[in-house]
Write a protein that binds this ligand. Structure first.
Ligand code: PGA
Length: 250
């Protein structure tokens, strides 16, 4: 039985005070119990304040990226250990916005995931096809190749979460059909079985991301092999995000 995970990716939004207010509002609701894991990933500048504000309150905190190295001459970068030091339990790696805008390759994403594991963090490894790739009928093949290249061979359910985020669905209000999501998540699980082994593949959580919101969350989260959501825009308002958490409870 895979416990669902609802993760908010705040991206480059919210100043510290705003982030603390949002996280505190979520922690207040969490006190009544969620029935799933709930994670927020603030921008790096707000991680410490948010983690301090919700410490011991059940709301998990994560980073949005980390460097592949443990330390060194990497101006502007942040190590996984630095995130762990602030109270993070998770870090997103290989988000398509980083793959596209910063040219991150599968191999670099795998190295970041390894760095996260060394620091004791769970890596949320993002994959997903572009619209061009889907239209060309290559979505399944592209995502299987990303699993092969981005997931360290040592990944386990305890250290790794996969987020399937079709690039064309991110921030666009468009989502794949239920059938397409079901087909892709089953395919990703098969690719994980090939990359790792059947036992890990069956227990690793696979999130769906891309325009998930309160109004479509129940339908997406009910799909077999969808073990939660990675939520961008709809994670910036406590009420909207909480309705997605509630949808995960079923
Ligand atoms: P979105 O973003 O929910 O705003 O589409 C999701 C993501 O990029 O993680």
């Amino acid at each position: 039985m895979r416990r669902k995970l609802i993760a908010g990716n705040w991206k480059m939004n919210l100043l510290r005070g705003e982030g603390v207010a949002l996280a505190t509002a979520l922690a207040d609701r969490l006190a009544e119990g969620a029935g799933c894991d709930v994670l927020v990933c603030p921008p790096a500048t707000a991680v410490a304040a948010v983690a301090d504000a919700v410490a011991e309150r059940g709301l998990l905190v994560g980073g949005q990226d980390c460097h592949a190295a443990d330390s060194g001459a990497h101006t502007g970068d942040i190590s996984a250990a630095m995130l762990a030091d602030l109270g993070c339990t998770h870090v997103i790696v290989g988000h398509s916005e980083r793959r596209q805008a910063h040219g991150e390759t599968d191999a670099q994403v795998a190295d970041k995931a390894r760095a996260a594991h060394r620091a004791g963090l769970t890596a949320i490894i993002c994959i997903g096809e572009t619209e061009e790739e889907r239209l060309a009928g290559r979505a399944l093949e592209v995502c299987a190749a990303q699993i092969e290249g981005s997931v360290p061979e040592t990944a386990t359910a305890g250290t790794t979460v996969i987020a399937y985020e079709p690039v064309w669905a991110i921030g666009t209000g468009r989502t794949p059909t239920v059938q397409d999501v079901a087909e892709m998540h089953a395919h990703i699980r098969r690719a994980l079985a090939e990359r790792l082994d059947a036992a890990q593949a069956n227990t690793i959580r696979i999130l769906y991301g891309g325009s998930m919101k309160a109004s479509n969350a129940a339908e997406l989260l009910a799909i077999t092999d969808v073990d939660g959501g990675l939520v961008g825009g709809a994670s910036l308002k406590a009420e909207e995000f909480w309705r997605i958490v509630q949808a995960a409870r079923g």
